[in-house]
Design a protein around this ligand. Structure first.
Ligand code: NAD
Ligand code: IPM
Ligand code: MN
Length: 344
């Protein structure tokens, strides 16, 4: 029995997570025991709590976490994002933020130059450091002399371990290529650390092709030539931005899955769509659950249920190949179709 903690969260989070659970239960009946944790905007308003230590301890006892989305317009920005989502990524040392992007057959992306099947890349985004570390501060708030700083934390340990993961992944893929994305021409301190760590790890992997791109160029090439990428390794904020671009060019954020992984398994890994709580469509049953369902497939893979993960992925492929263009989808209907396919 696998023990999964479910944090459905805010906005469309509960709507899409319900579909992911349905699909998991269909593909592996009776194998996954899910425990729901009520965290997010509603709990914050009710109790003032974001992530009590007791809950963090309970979550640590699970095999994995499935998360929907956090963040709500009624809560000041950062309270839930930092206090809940980033706290989980940091507390559970989820330093590999894995974000695959594929252009699925049947999906019409915005790029005329790219055919289905041609884009199959994975961004290995550093998940515990960089500008997300929370270093910085402000002075003289609300005066003309106000100053605010955000510092990017980069440790040799943190940078090297995520680069190692990227190379190991590339070694298992067909094209065996890793692109380092940074901004070494301006961020000379962190950039130098990343470049040297990258070169050191690359030297251990003569079978893997490497390239370097500045992040601005990578943003452009992701739009003009996404086919050129295999594995991309990059820092936390660059990875956040680039993976929304990668999602957009492969059919939209509603299809983009992610895993926040603690590769050593010392802590649970967490699986979540790349998208957020989408307040503009929340409660309307319009959210695409595919990102959440593919995130659940990554979860199943991580827990060693590769056959089940593949079946879920096939269900998504079938769903996307058969979608009628222009017809608005219904979240629960998509979930039903995926569950039916996955059940076999
Ligand atoms: P968002 O991803 O929530 O929404 C951006 C746009 O994409 C919206 O138009 C939305 O309707 C659309 N969209 C998102 N998911 C979709 C889906 N499954 N199907 C169809 N359309 C979808 O990003 P945002 O608007 O910048 O952020 C909203 C809130 O979510 C904020 O509070 C933000 O902090 C939070 N957020 C949370 C996460 C997370 O929990 N991992 C990720 C990103 C943003
Ligand atoms: C994501 C989100 C988060 C991030 C926010 C909500 C903290 O944008 O998962 O991509 O920046 O990592
Ligand atoms: Mn993001």
């Amino acid at each position: 029995m696998a023990r999964i903690a479910v944090v459905a969260g805010d906005g469309i989070g509960p709507e899409v997570v319900a579909q992911a659970r349905k699909v998991v239960d269909a593909v592996l009946p009776g194998v996954v025991e899910a425990t729901e944790y009520d965290l997010g905007a509603a709990r914050y308003h009710r109790t003032g709590e974001v992530l009590p230590d007791s809950v963090l301890t309970e979550l640590a006892g699970h095999d994995a976490i499935l998360l929907g989305a956090v963040g709500d317009p009624t809560v000041p920005p950062g309270v839930l994002e930092r206090g809940l989502l980033l706290k989980l990524r940091f507390a559970f040392d989820q330093y590999v933020n894995l974000r695959p992007s594929r252009l699925w057959p049947g999906v019409t992306g915005p790029l005329a130059t790219v055919k289905p099947g041609e884009v199959d890349l994975v961004v290995v985004r550093e998940g515990t450091e960089g500008l997300y570390a929370g270093a910085g501060g402000s002075l003289h708030r609300d005066t003309p002399a106000e100053v605010a700083t955000e510092e990017s934390l980069n440790t040799r340990h943190g940078v090297e371990r995520v680069i190692r993961d990227a190379f190991a992944r590339a070694g298992r893929r067909e094209r065996r290529k890793v692109t380092l994305v940074h901004k070494t021409n301006v961020l000379t301190h962190a950039g130098s650390l990343w470049a040297r760590a990258f070169a050191a790890v690359a030297a251990e992997h003569p079978d893997v092709t490497t390239e370097y791109q500045h992040v601005d160029a990578a943003a452009m090439f992701l739009v003009t030539q996404p086919q050129r990428y295999d594995v991309v390794v990059t820092d936390n904020l660059f990875g956040d931005i680039l993976t929304d671009i990668a999602a957009a060019v492969t059919g939209g954020i509603g299809l983009a899955a992610s895993g926040c992984i603690n590769p050593e398994g010392r802590y649970p890994s967490m699986f979540e769509p790349v998208h957020g709580s989408a307040p503009d469509i929340a409660g309307k049953g319009l959210a695409d659950p595919v990102a959440a369902v593919l995130s659940a497939a990554l979860l199943l893979e991580q827990l060693g249920h590769s056959d089940a993960a593949n079946r879920v992925t096939e269900a998504v492929a079938s769903e996307l190949a058969n979608r009628a263009p222009g017809v608005p989808l219904r979240t629960d209907e998509v979930g039903d179709r995926l569950a039916e396919y996955a059940a076999g």
